[in-house]
Design a protein around this ligand. Sequence first.
Ligand code: ZN
Length: 190
Amino acid sequence: MSNSMNYMNNCARPHKKARAFAFFLIQFFIIGCLFPVFAQDDTLPLVTADQLIDDAAKWDGKRVEFEGEVIGDIMARGGYVWINVLDGDSAIGIWLPKSLVPNIRFTGQYFAKGDKVEIHGIMHRACQDHGGDLDIHADYAAILEEGTKVLHPIQRDRLWWGITLGVASILSVGFWRYRERQLLLKRSRE
Ligand SMILES: [Zn+2]
């Protein structure tokens, strides 16, 4: 009896092992299937504004990563917003759902350096939805670096020049009026 029990256990064991191995394979397969989804953003090409503008045809309809400084105003359009992102000398219009807008504290203006953001989205060379302009319809946005306030020190020599020119122009107007009056008096005496 005990012999036959041992025999049965020995038969069951390899079967269990095979099941465990199959389970392991299935998990491996599922992780393998999911991995490209997680890894997708690592393979996203990081493009500059110049590349997008100069090679617009190449990037048209492609999903890209773009980085730059948020400048100007953030313009709300229903459930979406427009933000302008400056990279080098050019700014690209980014169209993204309000819910995806990160907490932008600074936008580049005279008195501020804007937050640096990372954008993922589809580049449109001549967007049909937005008047045929080049833009990116973003599905991801994050702050990379917070901007700062920019102080412009008053340049003293410029200030003195301003005061000097101001005083000079007031004096010349005064002198011109004085001369005019003198001429009128002279004429009235003649
Ligand atoms: Zn568009």
